[in-house]
Design a protein around this ligand. Sequence first.
Ligand code: SAM
Length: 287
Amino acid sequence: MNATYKILKEDCLEWLNNYQEENIHLTFVDPPFRQGKDYRLFDDNLPEEEYWDWLKEVLSKVYKITVEGGALYFMQREKNTENVLRLLRETGWTFQNLIIWKKKTSAVPSEIRYSKQYQIIAFATKSRKPEVFNKLRIDLPIPPEYKNERPNGVYITDVWGDIRELTSGYFAGDEAIRDGKGDRFHTQQSPIALLLRIILSSSKQGDIVLDPFSGTGTTLIVAHQLKRNSIGIEIDSENVKIIENRLNNLRCADDIMKYYNYYRYSPNLKDIWPAEKTPLAEQRRLF
Ligand SMILES: C[S@@+](CC[C@H](N)C(=O)[O-])C[C@H]1O[C@@H](n2cnc3c(N)ncnc32)[C@H](O)[C@@H]1O
């Protein structure tokens, strides 16, 4: 089975307005965070109410085109949790988990509160029960105070502390796409490991995965390797070029096989992860 992908240079709301099917199985929503970031093509400083109304429209339209039991992962800053949960409720989604994506980089200290070290990813479904939910096991190293090894790894919980964000420093390594000067091309690029977990957990081969804010195309890169069909919308043509190039020339840094061993204890891994190559000998730890 070969997966297809479509990359569209468009405003996602316009695309959502025109899409007539109800066949999307999984959507990853990673919008601009209204942080005044220097995006080329849109205002990242929308007034608060306007911003949440806009995202509400996006979530509501994604809901309409999603299959029964289909999944949504909505990434946001932790300080916006209240609005995230409100939007899900008001647009019909069934809330399943508030995933805490714990960052590795040290947090900026605050004078008045604890420093912030995580981002939230709300996981929700259309109707009460997900159509697909693959329980994944990972080979997480045991904490120093544990006496016994875990022979079969552990199930993933709603706290994800093992996936490194792509920061500006050397930690971003080869995975961050860089310009001629070595600077990151897109400061919001999501890690491959994050999309791998989401797509493996909430879809099966042949499903359609949607990313309305594709950025550098991380969702499409992972979906394609996992043989899920994908649709990516991105408003900025420079980003669209990067996505096309990334899909046409798979870089070592984007190869998901380096994570295969880490997930080897998952019960149905062979069915959900079509591995044509042998897993890389070097086991890539996520932590
Ligand atoms: C936070 S970034 C997504 C990063 C992405 N997850 C990745 O791995 O690269 C948000 C992206 O949404 C795009 N964007 C903003 N408004 C949009 C809109 N109305 N329709 C489509 N894309 C939009 C921006 O150009 C930006 O690349």
